[in-house]
Design a protein around this ligand. Structure first.
Ligand code: NAD
Length: 441
């Protein structure tokens, strides 16, 4: 149990008391908003902004009855949390996971607000989820539940209002079903623009070149921008990864092209190690056929403890939230922890790592490549354009590099760590827009 008696936690508790809410410090939402409020306090923004950021604007809950293949019926719970839209339409992924909870979705929506603001995208933050194990249902069942969820969300999503995308447990096919359902309900005059209701669609149906690899690609561009300042060269380093799904496997494959050696990987099926390097492409093929890294022939199985203790230059968590806690942090031997997943590091783990001189690069900077190329997809859909991969990569690199420079500059200005600096840069932008727009009425 990681309890918190710091000044930052104390001021977060005071804000929740003012909002007549009680949160305990084990809660992911409390942990995340505490850092956001710490950054807001460092900037001395108006108190009203702290209040507005502490609660999402809308929390939508739906229940979707779906007939299963065997004739039985199940009721699936769905969420959409719309955190803030002062910068533009709400934007954020839809997660399919059997244990997803409202506070997890709220946290991810808050992080989307911060992520879009840091990258200066014209989007606010949202996140959605459905309590389902996508591996345990048939393709037809998955399609029916997706269509039912889309219908249940109704006008709460739309290309000018709230634009979902893939996340854990969803993919381009799920986005295609969502877009198709939404288009079927759309007025005939808006059917063309209606496909912009979701991003991360298949290429043949309004998707963007480079979207599938975008999050991993963006992470590599951030490393390109920041590692030289730390005296680290990408082509000579080693890394380990938690998670070998979209973010993990693309990060590994793109880093391999740059000469990085992948020493160890852990996912839900187990952990593997090869001191001479694991072939990232061969592992991606193995995972796509078997479902996990377990039994990969060209590496040996190791325990989870041994995985964390493997000495590497870059340690990259790219699976689920809060997987790196204080006990793990004490085992980790790396120079930089690079957050590929959202909120993978607990506050105590982060503090410990920083005390050891290990740099922690925050998720809202490192994994913003996905939402950035989603923005490019939305833009292409609106303009009926198709960009090639080279153009997408060029623009992605420019966005990620500018964000990394912003964070670096802010960390020097406030003399703070990279996480607080990344939130501060996002909040400063949001504050400026609230000042210009005013707060209605
Ligand atoms: P994914 O579903 O493709 O992969 C998830 C990975 O996590 C899998 O390899 C799975 O084995 C692993 N995992 C699950 N439970 C685990 C456990 N208990 N121990 C170890 N590994 C476990 O998901 P993804 O799209 O790669 O997303 C990963 C993270 O990145 C999430 O936090 C997501 O919100 C974030 N993210 C994703 C994108 C994107 O474009 N896909 C963009 C930004 C952020």
């Amino acid at each position: 149990m990681e309890s918190c008696d710091s000044t930052a936690c104390q001021s977060a508790r005071e804000i929740f008391t003012e909002l007549e809410e009680i949160y305990d410090d084990q809660n992911l939402y409390f942990r995340t908003i505490t850092s956001v409020l710490e950054a807001a306090s460092a900037l001395e923004v108006p108190h009203r902004l702290k209040l507005m950021l502490t609660q999402p604007k809308n929390e939508i809950m739906v229940h979707c009855p779906v007939e299963m293949d065997d004739g039985s019926w199940r009721l699936f719970k769905g969420y959409r949390v719309q955190h803030n839209n002062v910068l533009g339409p709400y934007k954020g992924g839809i997660r399919y996971h059997p244990e997803v909870k409202l506070d997890e979705v709220k946290t991810l929506a808050l992080l989307m607000t911060m992520k879009c603001a840091l990258a200066r995208l014209p989007f606010g933050g949202a996140k959605g989820a459905l309590r389902i194990n996508p591996q345990e249902v048939s393709k037809d069942e998955l399609m029916r539940v997706t269509r039912r969820l889309t219908a249940a969300l109704g006008d709460n999503i739309g290309p000018d209002y709230d634009i979902p995308a893939p996340d854990v447990g969803t993919n381009a096919q799920v986005m295609a079903w969502m877009a198709d359902t939404y288009i079927n309900f759309a007025e005939s005059s808006s059917k063309v623009s209606a496909r912009g209701v979701v991003t991360g669609k298949p290429l043949a149906f309004g998707g963007s070149a480079g979207r599938e690899k975008a999050t991993g690609q963006g992470l590599v561009y951030v490393l390109d921008a920041l590692l030289p300042n730390m005296g680290i060269e990408l082509d000579t380093v080693s890394c380990s990864l938690i998670g070998y799904g979209n973010v993990g496997s693309w990060t590994a494959r793109l880093l391999q092209k740059r000469g990085t050696t992948l020493k160890a990987v852990m996912d839900h099926s187990g952990a593997i190690f090869n001191p001479d390097g694991i072939d990232a492409d061969a592992l991606a093929l193995h995972v796509s056929t078997t479902g996990g890294v377990h039994n990969f022939a060209a590496a040996k199985a190791i325990s989870n403890d041994a995985f964390y203790a493997t000495p590497v230059d870059l340690f990259i968590p790219a699976a689920l939230e809060q997987m790196v806690d204080l006990e793990h942090a004490k085992r980790i031997q790396c120079k930089v922890l690079v957050e590929g997943a959202n909120a993978p590091t607990t506050p105590h783990a982060e503090r410990y790592l920083l005390e050891q001189g290990i740099e922690v690069l925050p998720a809202i900077l490192c994994n913003a490549g996905g939402v950035t190329v989603s923005y490019f997809e939305w833009k292409q859909n609106r303009q009926s354009e198709t960009w090639d991969e080279a153009l997408v990569d060029e623009r992605l690199k420019a966005t990620m590099t500018r964000s990394a420079e912003r964070v670096l500059k802010m960390s020097k200005r406030l003399n703070c760590n990279m996480r607080i600096a990344s939130y501060a840069s996002a909040i400063e932008h949001i504050d400026k827009v609230y000042e210009l727009r005013g707060v209605f009425p």
